[in-house]
Design a protein around this ligand. Structure first.
Ligand SMILES: Cc1cc2nc3c(=O)[nH]c(=O)nc-3n(C[C@H](O)[C@H](O)[C@H](O)COP(=O)(O)OP(=O)(O)OC[C@H]3O[C@@H](n4cnc5c(N)ncnc54)[C@H](O)[C@@H]3O)c2cc1C
Length: 521
């Protein structure tokens, strides 16, 4: 008797440490490895910010297509292949249809913690169970099962990194399984399959871009990159964040494994396991929160809080989020988004975001602080939307969590500490190499003026072929004045009731204790 299984790839675009794939193969005569193109994420229009934050920009879609090509190639090497389906009207109904059409006995997919994924998967699970189809949905995108951590914490997500780490323990080992062959693909009948589309076929053809992300997608590239990182054992052992130069674009100061973790081309458990093996061989090494393992635990922390917090991605109705009267100013928002604030450090970062879809963590700090509580006082949700579209590593839990953090809306409350859009970058890169690369209009500006070109005398501006106010904008705000005003508004907002801490006693005492502890150290 035939026993057909579907393995539904969404994230988890890999063969290694893939429990859903492993389970699908067990005892099955045929497996159908499926990927459904979800129209929710596809929108080629670069001005589609207002259409919802989930729309992916060009670089991320390119990265995804790389991942699919690589996965297909790996599956073919094992005697299988990737079946790509159009997600109309939406992915869940497409999956339900094929479960029937292909006489499936077992459907396997990685557990998804995002609200959208949860709702989608519930439809499929309910449908499958009605037909007596087995559903296997393991947690394998994260090191830990967020639901278990929350349970250990009495039903609430831990709201500090330290309390999360104390609860989490040791993650499960990755699956050691390797394959020489997979069960063959069954008969797909009349179901319409697509080739893996090109970026142009998805309608992204009209976007002009001079420079694309240097990071290619896929499991093979993820493992190659990971091996490069692991080769330098000393670097791994001594890794310490936030140390590291955010402006070193030619040799990033961190691993740049985030987009691979986002799409699951790299298993976080495998990454963790490899880091531990290095630690065992070198002996002395840094520890969380600053170490590389510590970075993976930051990821887990945000996943856990996001999973356990209703309305995590918005201010309203989000119990852990400070209620702050952010202002609406589309002109300023667009200037920030398009890299036209007149502050070269901020603008270069935003152009790196557009061109590469990736920036160093401290660069993200600088622009997020500038948009929100540092200078422009614009809502973090607007900045989140821009990041969500343009980052290649855009990740619902981590992106929202970090925007909550940087805007001092949750987790971090020292709003008086503001990144200077002038001196912060200069500390790392006094000659402005980073600015000159991403903002070539300023390439001939003397070092002295590269962070504050509006202070250059006109004769110097002329010599540098860059007249401020014509070739490059004047600053949209005066930083000293704007940041002072922001501090005042934050102080007023904090003085009012309206965040989780005031409403939720447990969270309040945990957070206050941490604040006190921080002040003492
Ligand atoms: C406003 C803002 C938005 C962000 N949005 C995202 C996002 O959408 N997706 C994303 O992956 N990261 C996001 N980050 C976190 C962080 O900047 C990136 O994970 C990191 O810069 C990726 O580079 P890397 O892989 O070289 O990191 P490494 O330093 O090499 O760290 C290894 C891995 O640890 C995880 N990690 C590191 N820092 C953090 C962090 N602060 N929070 C959670 N996980 C972390 C990532 O998975 C990363 O790949 C954001 C940070 C800020 C300030």
């Amino acid at each position: 008797m035939e026993s057909n299984a579907v393995v539904w790839f969404r994230k988890g675009l890999r063969i290694h440490d893939n429990p859903a794939l492993d389970y699908a193969c067990r005892g099955s005569s045929h497996i159908f490895p499926v990927f459904v193109l979800d129209p929710r994420y596809l929108h080629p229009d670069p001005s589609a910010f207002s259409l919802g934050s989930a729309r992916a920009g060009l670089n991320r879609i390119r990265f995804l297509l790389d991942c699919l090509l690589d996965l297909d190639s790996s599956l073919r090497n094992l005697g299988s292949r990737l079946l790509v389906l159009r997600g109309h009207p939406e992915p869940a109904s497409v999956i339900c249809r094929i479960l029937k059409d292909w006489n499936i006995r077992k459907v396997c997919y990685e557990f998804d913690t995002e609200p959208y994924g949860q709702a989608r998967d519930r439809q499929v699970t309910d449908f499958a169970r009605q037909l007596g189809i087995e559903v296997f949905s393991p947690v394998s995108h994260t090191l830990f099962d967020p639901a278990e951590v929350i349970k250990k914490n009495g039903g609430r997500p831990p709201l500090t990194y330290q309390s999360f780490v104390a609860l989490a323990g040791k993650p499960p080992d990755p699956l050691a399984k390797t394959y020489s062959e997979l069960p063959p693909v069954g008969n797909v009948g009349k179901v319409e399959l697509l080739n893996i589309p090109t970026i142009e076929e998805l309608g992204y053809r009209d976007i002009e871009q001079e420079e694309f992300s240097p990071f290619g997608g896929g499991e093979s590239e993820a493992l190659r990159r990971l091996n490069e990182v692991l080769k330098d054992k000393e670097w791994v052992a001594n890794f310490e964040k936030p140390k590291g130069d955010p402006s070193a674009f030619w040799k990033p100061a961190t691993t740049v494994l985030s987009p691979y973790l986002k799409f699951g081309c790299l298993s976080s458990r495998y990454f963790y396991h490899c880091l531990h093996s290095v630690y065992l061989t070198v002996g002395k090494h840094t520890s969380p929160p600053v170490s590389l393992v510590g970075q993976l635990l930051w990821r887990e922390f945000f996943y856990t809080v996001a999973f356990g917090t209703p309305n995590f991605d918005q201010m309203r109705g989000n119990k852990i989020c400070k209620q702050i009267p952010w202002k609406d100013d589309d002109k300023l928002l667009v200037a920030w988004r398009e890299g036209r604030t007149g502050y070269p450090w901020i603008d270069a970062i935003m152009i790196q975001l557009k061109k590469w879809g990736w920036m160093h963590h401290l660069a993200r700090h600088s622009v997020a602080c500038f948009l929100t509580r540092g200078d422009l006082f614009i809502h973090w949700e607007k900045g989140r939307d821009v990041f969500e579209r343009l980052l290649i590593d855009s990740d619902w839990a981590i992106n929202n969590g970090n925007w909550l953090w940087l805007s001092c809306s949750a987790f971090f409350y020292q709003y008086h500490r503001i990144y200077s859009p002038i001196s912060f970058g200069r500390k790392y890169d006094p000659d402005g190499k980073y600015i000159r690369h991403f903002l070539p209009v300023l390439k001939d500006m003397p070092n002295e003026y590269i962070y504050e070109p509006w202070t250059a005398p006109l004769s110097i501006q002329k010599k540098a072929n860059c007249i401020i106010g014509k070739d490059y904008p004047r600053p949209v705000v005066v930083h000293d004045r704007a940041s002072k005003e922001c501090r005042k508004k934050m102080g007023e907002a904090y003085a009012k009731v309206g965040s989780a801490e005031e409403e939720d006693d447990t969270a309040a005492s945990e957070s206050t204790t941490m604040q006190k502890r921080k002040r003492r150290t």
